[in-house]
Every structure is written in structure tokens, then in C-alpha cells.
Design a protein around this ligand. Structure first.
Ligand SMILES: [Zn+2]
Length: 355
């Protein structure tokens, strides 16, 4: 089968052996798969990160096929596997698969090729049928939007909590959508890119800020959140209470956490969703005196994933608007390059069925 293989820091279109389903697995045909920011990070940093963790010098990892935001069609099942859904059924799934060798993250393991290939193996138990009429594109967006739902579920939002979303790429946009679905507001969104600010506004952000022009943290006072410890003290003395402010960090570059610690209001919770794959540091003393809460979030639960599929199917969230391009397998390496410019693209979908 055709697949885009990650070899070190390169992506190459190649022919690889079609996988054979093991007990409990379904063989599926990939219909659509989104390119994730994590894929871009992984292409450039994964080898180094794995080597650092192992305490060695960087060396290329075994070849693997990325892609974890997919919609697929069931082709066949492994031996002794319940045929719960008929072959031909379109499905989405949490990107984890099981085999006799254990569990593997689909798209991030040499043992579990992902959606930038014609076929994949998935865990039969995790398959969710795509509701009738929902397009392959929209179904494949379940994964990235579930990331937003999970981040919001983990945030310590109180009634009336104002949120600031820093970074309006796919993760930031998914968080804005999830906040709006949950009826949590107001939402301030900040991004240097005009394109992403426009997307944030359409996704439902109440205020969008260009950090090059205006400090995003200056907006807190508009929502009754004291910006400094002194203001917070005065507000407390006056008996004025305010809901806990929440900052969602969706950039994932070194220095962001420290920057937010310095600039955010006292008592805030910082929800870190940006995947920074390089060493980073922050000064705890300021976080301590401001009594901040740092919450790191990752992935989603199967329930959040299923709920997100329902929200997209019901049209509660206009997920499809983040799609800015579609490529065939041969176009994947160029698409990775194109995604590095936020003015060009938000989400590029891969259609492996295009011959
Ligand atoms: Zn992803």
C-alpha cells in the first residue's frame, strides 16, 4: 500500500506492506486524515527527544507512518474478533491500537502505522460509527476538537470565569469551540496571525487581540478580574468576588509558561495544551506569590471523543471551517512545509484515496 513514511526528519511517499489485522483489530481503509501540529513537532523533534530521554545521542528512530486524526472505512477484522460493525461502515476512533505486542499510539509508533497511508489497523472495541450524512472531513475533525473538549473539561472554570486562549491554531480554536459549546464565557483570544484571529472570532471568541499591538492580559479588567495582587487585595477588602480566570496556553514554545506566569492575573489557572518538545524553564517564585495553578492537559477520554463526534454531527460546532486545504499522499511533505506559515493554512486534510 502507499504510505508517507517518516524517515528521520524526512517524509517520503513509499510502498509498504499492507498490515494484517491481529485478534481484536480491524483493518480499515483511510478516507481522510488531518495533519496535526504535533505531527510537525514530531517530524523535527521526536528523534532528539527520544534520544535525550534515553540519555544517548540523537539517532533516527525506526521508520513510521504518522496520522492520528482520521475517518476510515472498515475492510476486515482479525481472527476471533467480534464483527460489531459491518465492513463498509465508516468509523472514527481514539488513535490507539492493541495487538499481541501490547498497545500502541496509532501514528506515533513504528508498530502502528497511522492515517497518512491507505490502510491502518485499529482496536475493534474503540470504533465509533460515523453518523449518516456526516462527511469524511468533518468526522476526521473529531480528534482535534476532542483535544479542546478535554482541555476545557480539565479547566477549573467557575460560573462566569473569563478565559484567555493564547495561540489560535487548531488546538486554540478547538478550545474556543469547546468553551462556547459548554456555555463558558467570556473568551479572549490572542494570536499574532490576522488569519488566525479572524478564525478565532468566527469560532466564537468574544474579543480577539493582536499581541503585537495590545497585551492580551490587559483585557482581564474589562471582565472584572483584578490584574495585579494589589488590585485583587483591594477587591477582596471591598467584598468583590470574581470567578477564577483561566489561561489556555496553546503555543507550545519555550518561554511561554514563564511569560504567562509573569503577565496573568493572580489566582489564575494556566492550562498548558501547547506541546513544547524542547526543554523549558520557569521561575516558580512568581507563580507561588500569585498562587497560580498549572494544569497540563493531553488527549481526551473515549467519552469526550464520542461526545465531540456528536457535537460535530449535530452542527453545534462549525468544525469544517478550519479546513484550508486537501492533498493526496504525494502532497503530504509539501503540506507539512505549508503549515509552518499560519497565514496560509489552519488545517490540511490528507485524502489517501486519491490515486
Ligand atoms: Zn492531533
Amino acid at each position: 500500500m502507499r504510505a508517507v513514511v517518516k524517515r528521520g526528519q524526512r517524509l517520503e511517499l513509499d510502498e509498504i506492506v499492507e498490515p494484517t489485522p491481529d485478534k481484536g483489530q480491524a483493518l480499515v481503509r483511510t478516507l481522510r486524515c488531518g495533519i496535526c501540529g504535533s505531527d510537525l513537532h514530531a517530524l523535527h523533534h521526536m528523534d532528539k527527544m527520544v534520544a535525550e530521554r534515553a540519555g544517548g545521542t540523537p539517532r533516527p528512530l525506526p521508520d513510521m507512518v504518522m496520522g492520528h486524526e482520521f475517518c476510515a472505512e472498515i475492510l476486515d477484522y482479525g481472527p476471533d474478533t467480534p464483527h460489531r460493525l459491518k465492513p463498509g461502515t465508516r468509523v472514527v476512533s481514539v488513535p490507539v491500537t492493541n495487538s499481541s505486542k501490547g498497545y500502541h499510539p496509532v501514528g506515533y509508533s513504528p508498530s502502528a502505522p497511522g492515517g497518512f497511508a491507505e490502510c491502518m489497523l485499529l482496536d475493534e472495541r474503540l470504533l465509533l460509527e460515523v453518523p449518516n450524512g456526516l462527511s469524511d472531513d468533518l468526522a476526521a475533525l473529531t480528534e482535534p476538537f476532542a483535544v479542546g473538549a478535554h482541555a476545557v473539561a480539565r479547566a477549573a472554570l467557575e460560573p462566569g470565569s473569563a478565559s484567555l486562549v493564547i495561540g489560535c491554531g487548531p488546538v486554540g480554536l478547538a478550545i474556543i469551540a469547546a468553551l462556547k459549546i459548554a456555555g463558558k464565557g467570556p473568551v479572549i483570544a490572542a494570536d499574532f496571525s490576522p488569519r488566525r484571529r479572524a478564525e478565532a472570532e468566527r469560532m466564537g471568541a468574544d474579543v480577539v487581540v493582536d499581541p503585537a499591538v495590545d497585551g492580551p492580559h490587559r483585557k482581564w479588567t474589562d471582565y472584572g478580574v483584578p490584574a495585579t495582587e494589589a488590585e485583587a487585595h483591594i477587591a477582596r477588602m471591598a467584598g468583590k468576588m470574581h470567578a477564577r480566570p483561566i489561561v489556555f496556553e496553546c503555543v507550545g514554545v519555550p518561554g511561554m509558561v514563564q511569560r504567562i506566569i509573569e503577565d496573568c492575573p493572580p489566582g489564575a489557572q494556566i492550562v498548558v495544551a501547547g506541546v513544547c518538545m524542547e526543554p523549558d524553564s520557569f521561575r516558580p517564585s512568581m507563580a507561588i506569590t500569585k498562587q497560580l495553578n498549572l494544569e497540563f492537559v493531553y488527549g481526551y477520554t473515549p467519552d469526550e471523543f464520542a461526545a465531540t463526534l456528536r457535537e460535530i454531527a449535530e452542527g453545534t460546532v462549525d468544525a469544517g471551517r478550519i479546513i484550508t486545504g486537501t492533498v493526496d499522499l504525494g502532497g503530504v511533505p509539501q503540506a507539512f512545509d505549508d503549515l509552518s506559515d499560519p497565514e496560509n493554512h489552519v488545517k490540511i486534510m490528507v485524502d489517501p484515496t486519491i490515486a
